[in-house]
Design a protein around this ligand. Sequence first.
Ligand code: GDP
Length: 448
Amino acid sequence: MNTIAAISTPNAVGGIAMIRISGNHAIEAASHIFIPAGDTKITEMRGYTCSYGWIEDNGQRLDDVVLTLFRAPHSYTGEDTVEITCHGGLFLSKQILSLLYRNGCEPAGPGEFTKRAFLNGKLSLSQAEAVMDVIRADGAASLRQANLAKQGKLHERMFSISERLVDMMSAFAYWLDDAEEMPPELDRDTLLQELNSISSNLSQMSADYQNGRILRDGIRTVLLGRPNAGKSSVMNWLCGMQRSIVTEFAGTTRDVITEQVKIGEFTLLLSDTAGLRETDNAIETIGISQAYQALDTADFVLYVIDASVGMQPDDNEIIASCHDRPLLVIWNKTDLTDAAPPQMDVPVLTISALHADSFAPLEEELSKLFAGYAFSDQPSIMNERQNALIQRADARIQACCDLLRQDAELDMIYSDLEDAAQALREIDGSDVTDDVLDGVFSKFCVGK
Ligand code: GDP
């Protein structure tokens, strides 16, 4: 494989910068640009050792650096790897990188070091994905979950489930191979019990993921309400700035505007949408259809009502249609009226978006609405790719259970079992296509 190099520290000026090189020619390429202060040439260095020296370009010293050397297979990527730590100037680190390019290295793609670690068997795919989750973690709980997966705990959990499917398939293989007696594992009731237990494990993992996602990535929140109810003003109150356009004319918020707001321990991913109402205006109609799309994927609805106008039939209709997810009514513009909100079976927050300052009442409502959400102590799946595979495996297993309950011939469930096992293997990167790998690693930083 070619030798790759990249700056692994952020693309910004800092105290130090680190340039990583990995591949068969990593040590040789580095030896062309690094002059050790001591007597040991880097080609003679042992793995896991450092050398102090400087980088030279055509006899001119660029910087004093520390070089760390790892010899294959005992490195992050499993290949010979050199890390050069220099002063953190952007021009300087880019100069060193271009020197390496002139000495036979090639630019590393996003996540290419980690991809090589995966391809060289240093990490499973779920561990590789967890590396990025560790980097992105923005709280103690998400960091703990990411570390569990990075340490291979998710891999172990998936492996123990897929082993149970493999055992079943081995029993099938034995039986289909003309065994005289049916193996006891293939007794219908035993099979059904085992498959149900696997399915409930998988469903639990998917539910833990959904719960975890809300805490880890934020609550996808959509602000809905009739035009002029004060959605943009509520958004501005939450964001603390004039983010959405506020006007006195109905129907001015036409796009879905997204912001991230921290309210206590919760992060709201806010979409401010066009007011929901019938309209002939083409641009507004697009905004409204985007509002419905945002509603489709929302975890939470903030429904704004103008208290000075009162509750309208549309409000009731829209609130009723959101009932499958947590919803909080914001009874807004209370500075204009003393009217109390009507009795509703959803929680109501009474405010004036133009004058409210404290988030405490909102935080209290969020704590009640999301009280059941907590990170699981178990290693949990971490992204949509893994969740889709868990759901695929679970659907196949439930199809097996249906067939068994309908007294179908036993061998009819074999292909579903195989597909479920395949989906579980894909979580850890066995039998995955290049497209899947490209999709996973394209989300990484260059240099990781
Ligand atoms: P949207 O169409 O639902 O996004 O509504 P806007 O946020 O654009 O607000 C419509 C109008 O109501 C603007 O003139 C706002 O200044 C006004 N408004 C919003 N909230 C309040 C409030 O709490 N009190 C008062 N008096 N006016 C408000």
